[in-house]
Design a protein around this ligand. Sequence first.
Ligand SMILES: Cc1ncc(COP(=O)(O)O)c(C=O)c1O
Length: 423
Amino acid sequence: MTGDSFNLRQPFWRTNPIFTPGGQGALDIPVSQRLQRIPPYPFREVAMLKAKMIAEGKEVLDFGIGDPDMPTPEFVVEALCEAARDPSTHQYDESGYGIPEYKEAIARFMKKRFGVDVDPDGEIQSCIGSKEALAHIVWAYVDPGDVVLVPDPAYSVYKVQTMWCGGAPVPMPLDPANGFLPDFDAIPIGARRLAKLMFLNYPNNPTGAVADLDFFKRAVEFAHEWNIIICQDAAYCEVAYDGFEPPSILQVDGAKDVCIEFHSFSKTFNMTGWRVAWAVGGKKIIDALSRTKSNVDSGTFMAIQRAGIVALERYDEWVGTMRAEYQRRRDALIEGLRSVGWPVEPPKATFYVWAPIPKGFESSTEFSRQLLEKAHILTVAGNVYGDYGEGFVRWSLTIQAEDKMGTIEKAVEALRTHFVLQW
Ligand SMILES: Cc1ncc(COP(=O)(O)O)c(C=O)c1O
């Protein structure tokens, strides 16, 4: 650097073309190369398309984004109002990990729901929604060149955050023939050696697939053998049907040494906008997440943590209502789709129906575009979730219209009217 750099009347950046193109200042500063590599968040485009059609006066039958359309239970809202009136909730949560009562309520829930013992002191981290935590666990562990094993198709955050950190996402294809579970034996040896993290997500978005404890056992064994941390995304763990109770990976002996699991209030209690979740796992892994977060955010609003305690305490009286409503919609949609010949299976969990596209359409994108343009049905093209999502579209049961069952009927009718479908 020359002496000119320190001349305040002519600082180096004033004459450096990188900083002064066209004299527009900050508007012309390119975003980081890191950000340039990242594709736009897929649902922004879907939301824009939907808004455009509504502006054109069209009724959109919206089975797109997976955002619960029903309100948060009243008892949770009440608990928040009460907690928000208490000024002691208004400051930073200095605990870093979450207030003790919140972590204790989570520990009680993990014990009651899964039979898993968790130490509230060091094995739980409160999160501002699980998306944030899924991102930050990658920041905590991944250096440029590290491998992250990522299911494909999958929620985009795992792959995008790996790229953000300069890591290499290696796909684990989710094959329908294997129940949309990854085949650990198919993971290349080189990738196993270089991998630091493996993401799993059961119950699964977008396929609706579920994992049993045997699968989790194999995953934990694999993680021990190859020295990999499993990040199991359990956002849909409570949205399950026909009496099925999805397990936690932490039910497996020895899981805590190599696993972190992410749970969320978002889907269970219709609380997507509240941004409240938790991560649970071995102390070392939780500590790494916590250290990362403490340098980025300043904790979850304490009044929301208190409302979260009430939600968990009253889980038993609520969960059946939520499950019954989605199960009603699931059954109606499956029946309707089957009535036009669509070979779809009812998911055991999640509010997604993962449906193979019919013959004669060149891609998922093309088919979902035609569904929207001709029948005004909004779904999500499977390839949005990765290359192995090609050939599918995702229907979400979180129907945003007033009349849920009517929307399903209209969609089935529109399919019948506008298409001749064959598989
Ligand atoms: C698989 C999966 N994980 C995590 C999330 C994020 O949930 P939240 O950040 O609201 O807890 C979502 C949201 O749609 C999801 O689909």
